[in-house]
Design a protein around this ligand. Structure first.
Ligand code: KIV
Ligand code: ZN
Length: 512
């Protein structure tokens, strides 16, 4: 018996059967090499009888892969087995995987054969495969819906015929963990020669239980798990390799057994398979999803910053993922904000942090995710503030293709504390705001440069406005960011006006 759980990867066979996932031979080879580096024990490279391309792919993988057993699938019929043997001919360690359906539904409706006829096919198939290779695996397809007594009879016969591995497939994802574990345990009790074979499981995910069923079977004595990268496979897919492997690794205390997989290659392999098949991984996918090590809640972020294991059961390094990511959003707290800002190289005092936190919360209500560039933009704005003579309190715009753009702006004059409100028109909404600011502040200036750009990606990205004013030779820049480009335009302008006002003030003081 193996001292570890054998990982049998079927990404290139069952996984490739996912609608829309077909791969060419070069792509299959690339994945096979990645699986070899991952140190999976067995690579099921295809089903050679199904097409010349499948034959070619299995044959190339058999030629090139040296570190893992290479397996080809065959129905329990002569021509399939011969074709699989031919494809596997160059393999260092070849395995033929023979299957026949054993459940009453399949026997009656698909095969139209009796129990004894199916049993005979199984025995003859395994015997024929053994005439080509030492390592033969047998699968009674739809085992989880097969009569347990009959299943035990077929398993015993396949082992007698020379199968070194017997797989118990849950072909249609019908099994429930405790019942499936009982089925495996019952085979260990009722099949006399079971000690001569490795018992394997192959679970489909129709009820979302493929990984749970596989793990329950390991607990009951199974020592091979058939799985696929990213859980690809027929319909809802197969048990996800990365989940099975990391459950066994993380909870070795519970299972008492592990695999030989090099886990820090899991993320890279997952990306490769997603890219080549075109089937991307959902963000919140366990182990390899983009959010698998991302934390947004303030309480969680605080915990992670104090001690990673408060909210992480796996180390991102162990699966080859980037270090835990604190995603700043509306649930984030001051601790996470300070940490992100300091990581970006800014040092803020308590007052600056308070102001930044207030702005950050306003931004987080408007924008779901706050990227480093968003944060850098508002930090720089906070850090470069000159003493304000004018504070923009609010503005309102009425604009449209049949209206004269009109702005109403409310500004506080900081020296006197009075608030002034006025309205003005313009060529466009930005021009209307600027005219209105000029009227209230009494500072006439020429806009000599105005630029706008999106700070980050997406429709909710912040817009950054940078502009330059010239007021009778006194020049000043202004910059502001907001998810509303009119707000960014207004704030950048008022900021520049404040600098112009400070400059004019300086000129006057020098003249006195
Ligand atoms: O799901 C299944 O039963 C299979 C067999 C060929 C093992 O894929
Ligand atoms: Zn399958």
């Amino acid at each position: 018996m193996p001292d570890h759980v054998v990982i049998f990867d079927t990404t290139l066979r069952d996984g490739e059967q996912s609608p829309g996932a077909s791969l060419n031979t070069a792509e299959k080879l690339e994945i096979a090499h990645a699986l070899e580096l991952l140190k999976v024990d067995v690579i099921e490279a295809g089903f050679p009888i199904t097409s010349p391309d499948d034959f070619e792919a299995v044959n190339r993988v058999a030629k090139e892969v040296r570190g893992s057993t290479v397996c080809g699938l065959a129905r329990a019929v002569e021509r399939d087995i011969v074709r699989a043997a031919e494809a596997l001919e160059p393999a260092k360690r070849p395995r033929i995987h023979v299957f026949v359906a054993t459940s009453p539904i399949h026997r009656e409706h698909q095969l139209r054969k009796s129990k004894s006829e199916v049993l005979k096919m199984a025995v003859e198939g395994v015997t024929r495969a053994r005439s080509f290779v030492e390592d033969v695996e047998f699968s009674p397809m739809d085992a989880s819906r097969t009569e347990p007594d009959y299943l035990a009879e077929v398993v015993a016969a396949a082992i007698d015929a020379g199968a070194a591995t017997v797989n118990i497939p849950d072909t249609v994802g019908y099994a429930i963990p405790d019942a499936y574990a009982e089925l495996i345990a019952s085979l260990f009790e009722s099949v006399g020669n079971i000690g001569k074979a490795v018992i394997s499981v192959h679970c489909h995910n129709d009820l979302g239980l493929a990984v749970s069923n596989s793990l329950a079977a390991v607990k009951a004595g199974a020592r091979q798990v058939e799985c696929s990268v990213n859980g690809l496979g027929e319909r809802a897919g197969n048990a996800a390799l990365e989940e099975v492997v990391m459950a066994l690794r993380t909870r070795r205390d519970h299972f008492g057994i592990d695999t030989r997989v090099v886990t820090n290659r899991l993320t890279a392999t997952s990306h490769l398979v997603a890219t080549l098949t075109g089937i991307s991984v959902q963000r919140n996918k366990a182990v390899v999803g983009e959010n698998a090590f991302a934390h947004e809640s303030g309480i969680h972020q605080d915990g992670i910053l104090k001690e990673r294991t408060t909210y992480e059961i796996m180390n991102p390094d162990d699966v080859g993922a980037q270090a835990s990511k604190l995603v700043l959003g509306k649930h984030s707290g001051r601790h996470a904000l300070r940490s992100s800002v300091e990581e970006m190289g800014f040092t803020l005092d308590e007052k600056q942090l308070d102001d930044l936190f207030a702005r950050f919360k306003v931004l987080a209500d408007k924008k779901k995710e706050i990227y480093d560039d968003d944060l850098a933009a508002i930090v720089e704005e906070e850090l470069t503030t000159t003493p304000d003579l004018f504070e923009l309190l609010s503005f309102h715009i009425s604009s449209g293709n049949t209206l004269v753009p009109t702005a109403t702006v409310r500004i506080r004059k900081c020296e006197t504390g009075e608030t002034e409100c006025d309205a003005a028109t313009g060529d466009g909404p930005v021009d209307a705001i600027y005219n209105c600011v000029n009227r209230i502040t009494g500072i006439e200036s020429k806009l000599v440069d105005y630029r706008i750009r999106a700070v980050t990606v997406g429709r909710d990205a912040q817009g950054e406005v940078s502009l330059r004013l010239d007021s009778g030779g006194v020049k000043a820049n202004g910059r502001a960011v907001s998810t509303d480009i009119l707000e960014a335009s207004a704030r950048a302008y008022v900021r520049a006006v404040n600098r112009v006002a400070a400059g004019l003030h300086g000129q006057r003081s020098a003249a006195q």
